[in-house]
Design a protein around this ligand. Structure first.
Ligand code: MG
Length: 383
């Protein structure tokens, strides 16, 4: 592909797909990855999965789908500015949350506890499992058969114990190597997106106020700028004018400081990026501090807010009770999942059965999990 930097993910250097396929006629390989992700079942379900606020709390909050679209938008800007592979970064971002359970992090933590004796549950690993195993679209293989670089980007973190079972994809966690730059920037795009949209959603939900946010230096600085330019502006438009400046600040800093690091590192290929001693995409020290204080504020005032914690507590109960009832009696699962459970149990014992239950629960949307819980625990509900 022309116009890309030498250290970008160039298709001619791709480590390819697990199952060989003829090259597409009019698309690049990474475009094909992105398109497969958009057509996947798991992608459609993201619209009914929570980021922080439960779906039925209102139609205006981010869901995992709109979050993923915002992440992809930010990532494409960064990728293009650094002459990296924009399409690959978009594909990674659109897929990055495919493995998330219902109810955001509360669901993931609860499912991880349930799976403690059976290898645990990591949402990054589950996203990979979705694209490698669980999607049922093609006659010749399970999953979406994505390119190595897309899968590398999806698997953001992974424990050593899991990495050893992942073949070449797990190698970098064992050898402490870096992923390609498109994968590195996807993580920052994710963080920039959620830190800023959680401010907006938090205000909308009445959990935090503009006055409280003045304690956050990044917010406070742009609040002053917006007030100076538009003294009469209040409410939604004022918040948005501040947030767009915050996002712009973070994105611009990330591009500038990564650009400097790339230049001084002297890397000339994706192979050199992977073996470089540390990540090459990153904020300046000053902006890292600003970003950190924003995150700290959100953790204290939004994620630990009693209303969010109530939701978290309910979500935990739903996930744990669903896991227990299905694990103890897999015949209560729909036929397809029951059959998967028997098949996996035959090979892996109880861990296989647990994995099938975890896959079933992780695939649920918020509202499906709530309904399924009701069908199993409320005798007046139709089964
Ligand atoms: Mg995300």
């Amino acid at each position: 592909m022309s116009g890309l930097a030498a250290y970008a993910a160039l298709e001619e250097h791709s480590r390819g797909r697990r199952h060989a396929e003829p090259a597409p006629a009019y698309r690049s390989e990474y475009q094909r990855d992105r398109d497969r992700i958009v057509h996947s079942t798991a992608f459609r379900r993201l619209v009914y999965k929570t980021q922080v606020f439960v779906n039925h709390e209102g139609d205006l909050y981010r869901t995992r789908l709109t979050h993923s679209l915002e992440v992809a938008q930010i990532a494409r800007t960064i990728a293009a500015a650094l002459r990296l592979n924009e399409v690959l970064s978009e594909a990674i971002c659109l897929a990055h949350d495919l493995g998330h359970t219902p109810f955001g992090h509360a669901g993931q933590d609860a499912l991880n506890e349930c799976m403690m004796d059976f290898g645990g549950f990591e949402h990054n690993l589950q996203s990979l499992r979705v694209v490698d195993e669980l999607e049922e679209h093609y006659a010749d293989f399970d999953g979406l058969n994505l390119s190595f670089e897309t899968r590398e980007g999806i698997l953001k973190h992974c424990s050593y114990n899991n990495a050893v079972h992942l073949g070449e994809l797990g190698q970098r966690f064992i050898n402490r190597q870096q992923p390609g730059l498109e994968a590195q920037l996807a993580n920052f795009a994710d963080e920039i997106a959620y830190n800023n949209h959680d401010v907006e959603d938090g205000i909308r939900a009445g959990l935090i106020s503009v006055e409280q946010l003045l304690a956050v230096p990044l917010f406070c600085g742009y609040h002053a700028e917006v007030q100076g330019a538009y003294p009469a502006l209040t409410g939604r438009r004022q918040v948005y004018e501040i947030l767009r400046r915050m996002i712009n600040h973070l994105v611009t800093d990330l591009i500038d400081s990564s650009s400097r690091r790339l230049a001084s590192s002297g890397v000339r290929s994706i192979a050199e990026v992977r073996s470089h001693p540390g990540p090459l995409i990153g904020f300046s020290d000053e902006t890292r501090e600003l970003n950190h204080s924003l995150k700290t504020f959100l953790r204290e005032h939004v994620y630990k807010h009693y209303k969010v914690r109530r939701m978290t507590a309910k979500a935990r109960r739903v996930v744990i009770e669903l896991f227990d009832i299905f694990f103890n009696d897999p015949t209560l699962m729909p036929d397809e999942h029951k059959a998967t459970g028997s098949r996996l149990e035959l090979v892996q014992g109880p861990a296989g059965r647990a994995r099938a239950v975890a896959d079933y629960i992780a695939g649920m949307t918020d509202r499906y999990a709530i309904l399924e819980h009701r069908r199993l625990f409320d005798p007046s509900e139709r089964t």
